[in-house]
Design a protein around this ligand. Sequence first.
Ligand code: PLP
Length: 403
Amino acid sequence: MTMNPLLAGSALGTPLPRVLRPQRALPADTVRPTRAEINLAALRHNLRVVARQAAGAEVYCVLKADGYGHGSKGVARTLERAGAHGIAVALLEEAIELRDAGIRAPILVMGGTFGRSWGEVLRHDLVPVLHDLGQLDELADEVRHSGSPAAPIHVKIDSGMGRLGVAPRDVPRLAEALRFAPEVRLDGLMTHFACADTRDVESLERQLALFEEATRELARQGIVPRVRHAANSAATLALPAARLDLVRPGIAIFGVSPFDAPVSELRPAMRIRTELVALREIAIGGGVGYGATWRAARPSRVATLPMGYADGLSRGLSNRGSVLVRGRRAPIVGAVSMDMTMVDVTDLPGAAVGDECVVLGAQSGPLGSDSIGAEELAGLLGTVPWEILTSVSRRVPRFYREP
Ligand SMILES: *Cc1c(COP(=O)(O)O)cnc(C)c1O
């Protein structure tokens, strides 16, 4: 058991420092109106959409990077109850966090970095994805020394992503290593696509063919995994041949399209909202924000919202992005600062301090209804929606709600 540092301090007679805080503020602790609302019904809906596409394949929801910024524990609990077959994460510590939170579903650890922590893998009943033969030796050693039953593993084949995995030419050596390692059991064989999001079918098929060849080579040596898997969200939605025995959707579970075009059936699970905390009149020529990068070209009403780049509202949206107030867009003016952002509400009659302000997601109000998707923000910032979701910082408390 790890020692609570607060208790350790009191045992030594030193005064308790009041510096440790809960990782996520409780509702009662939250003074600032800035928060991310996570719609649990949307998560369940998206799981159903993906499961229908998976057509009988197992669904392992990918919840790396704190569940794509949604809070992996709350999300995992919801998806586990909704029937997800398993969960996949990148890091060992992400997996342990979920086990400690009481998640019982199978957890696949895909990132490949285990250091010397194979004992932790076994103790927490996790399934590691191995990508080289040295890892196989280390894990086999740990199993032997700890007297554990044979450890289930998945092995990754590099069929063209050029990142992690056993090269196709090394598959015969892999087969041999597995034959002589009774300490491990090949539960799964996997690969990962480089070009699924752009629907480059030719590239997908080339990778799948190499994966099939690796499967056959293992089978020739009598090694047959229980399941084989390759599909991320894009491949699950677009390429039936890639679904195999198990799919690994991430972004689709959160209701965001992996493609350039939207996927109408998916429902975004995250909505980020705050409130206007100040409002001022700016005369013609008056500047707003650091560097006065925006100046009023007309008498303007400019409102301040308590969210900035330290919360994940990218500084790249300075003078480019917009937010929703009263159901209509208000352009961001001036530079986004660390804790605050200013928006032009001159064209939004009735805008007042206390109005809800939506940075991500949908809003309906007296002036209309509109929504801002992670896809749109990614387009403005020259990045991908995955980065938008995972950039919402821990300073923004996550609130879980049914619709
Ligand atoms: C992140 C990841 C996924 C999920 O990808 P999405 O595009 O978000 O669906 C699947 N497999 C692996 C190996 C990953 O790293």
